[in-house]
Design a binder for this molecule. Structure first.
Ligand code: NAP
Ligand code: HSE
Length: 430
């Protein structure tokens, strides 16, 4: 049997403790599968005295993450601290510079510094792996890098944030408040340290930019993701969505567009009868379309201790077996600069909900502004009157462009009888 793989765990929170549990509870099975034991030789977290629900008395604590990065008794670091910069970045950079393999669950780090870190790793033939960073327990990075390696990918569509999907589906089913459901997601260990990232689409954008780089062979371009979160969704939108035959999902989409790749994250009306619409709670799903394989679909838990740790340990197993992959599938020196497609030319149907004063002529004004931009309507619904004399007007357009809808909406929102805020949700037909 080969000598043990010596593992340093950085971060002992939801993911770190889950990883420690799998490595210790499945020690015999993993040793058999890898042909060598996987031993945790050092750990690091902020508070040594914290009760973490596992027995860590026999484990050596590194003095700091900086010491862990240089620890001569560590072959691979599992980084589960979080954050794009600060100690997580220092640790990963220094570990690679000190000839250690790195696995990480940190999508913010990879989306921000992935190219720099990949250069360091590939220059030395070291592993930098991050299966846990995207879609929790779904082996989507392995699928793209290995199983789908023969394909030219044309589109990836994902529900990539477990917290927001948990919030959307729980609000829809129970009519509980946004704040209440978010607190529950935090309690369950799903949310980011800053849950704004879950809600405003940033976390899904981090993940999408990583998948897009692997799939399209271009440099990670997190700053080129068009990103909208779920903050504007109100309970009535679920009701209208159902009336039109849809459910609302926060979709992350990377696809070939005019002049390059289009990366976007936004709430989306998804046809109720499609598998994507049935992905509920903390579950994630990813659809990958390749030229040879056609459409493939992946589903599983996208956050939480077990699923995320399962993915971290999968990467550790690869290191133990001596398997090596270029970090983003294409060697980093061959990745193309990211070419952004023109979002204004993207076409689709749009749902628009407006609050307007119930006065004669207002619908005619709205219709005229839409017609001026060549936007034709599939349906228009007017509902109820509130105490201030406002009604909800709900529009479903036929296919049109982003540019036309943006211009029409800005004209509509400027009308005296239209109150803020309006809500626009893109519609995606699968
Ligand atoms: P968490 O529960 O907040 O745990 C973070 C851990 O990092 C804690 O143990 C903390 O120590 C430790 N830590 C913080 N600063 C440190 C420092 N400077 N030096 C050493 N340790 C430090 O976070 P988590 O949910 O496990 O997430 C960890 C990473 O996994 C993040 O990148 C996150 O985005 C990613 N991720 C999370 C999930 C999920 O479902 N939670 C899923 C996929 C990916 P103390 O415990 O002593 O405070
Ligand atoms: N906060 C993230 C989510 C964790 O809810 O999806 C998994 O990456």
């Amino acid at each position: 049997m080969k000598p043990p793989l010596r593992i340093g765990l950085a971060g002992l929170g939801t993911v770190g403790i889950g990883t420690y549990k799998i490595l210790t509870e499945h020690a015999d099975l993993l040793s058999e599968r890898c042909g060598r034991p996987l031993n945790v030789t050092a750990v690091s977290a902020r508070d040594k005295a914290k009760d973490r629900g596992v027995d860590l008395r026999d484990v050596r604590w590194a003095e700091s993450v900086h010491a862990l990065a240089r620890d001569p008794e560590v072959d691979v670091i599992a980084e589960m601290i979080g954050g794009a910069d600060g100690d997580a970045f220092d640790l990963v950079r220094d570990a690679l510079d000190n000839d250690k393999h790195v696995v990480t669950a940190n999508k913010a780090l990879i989306a921000t510094h992935g190219i720099d870190l990949a250069r360091r790793a590939e220059a030395k033939g070291l592993t930098l792996a991050f299966e846990a960073a995207v879609a929790g327990g779904i082996p989507i990075i392995k699928s793209l890098r290995e199983g789908l390696g023969a394909n030219k990918v044309s589109r990836i569509v994902g529900i990539l944030n477990g917290t927001s999907n948990y919030i959307l589906t729980t609000m829809e089913a129970t009519r509980r408040s946004f704040e209440d459901v978010l607190a529950e997601a935090q309690q369950l260990g799903y949310a980011e340290a800053d849950p704004t990232f879950d809600i405003d689409g940033t976390d899904a954008a981090h993940k999408l930019s990583i998948l897009a780089s692997i799939a399209f062979g271009s440099e990670v371009a997190f700053d080129k993701v068009r990103c909208e979160g779920i903050q504007k969704i109100s309970p009535v939108d679920f009701q209208y969505a159902a009336e039109f035959g849809y459910r609302i999902k926060l979709l992350a989409i990377a696809e070939e567009g005019i002049g390059g790749i289009l990366q976007s994250v936004h709430p989306t009306f998804v046809p109720a009868e499609t598998p994507m619409a049935d992905v509920d709670g903390v579950y994630n799903a990813v659809v990958v379309e390749g030229d040879a394989v056609g459409r493939t679909v992946y589903e599983g838990r996208g956050a939480g201790e077990g699923p995320t740790a399962s993915a971290v340990v999968a990467d550790v197993i690869d290191v133990a077996r001596g398997l090596y992959q270029p970090v983003f599938q294409t060697p980093v020196g061959k990745l193309r600069p990211f070419q952004q497609a023109n979002f204004d030319e993207r076409r689709g149907k749009f749902y628009i909900r407006l609050a307007v004063m119930d006065r004669p002529g207002v619908i005619a004004q709205i219709s005229r502004l839409l017609a001026d931009e060549n936007v034709s309507l599939e349906s228009i619904i007017q509902k109820g009157t509130d105490a201030n004399g406002a009604v909800s007007v709900v529009l479903m357009t036929h296919e049109t462009s982003e540019k036309s809808i943006a211009r029409a909406l800005s004209g509509i929102e400027a009308l005296d009888d239209v109150m803020q805020p309006s809500c626009m949700i893109r519609v995606m037909e699968f």
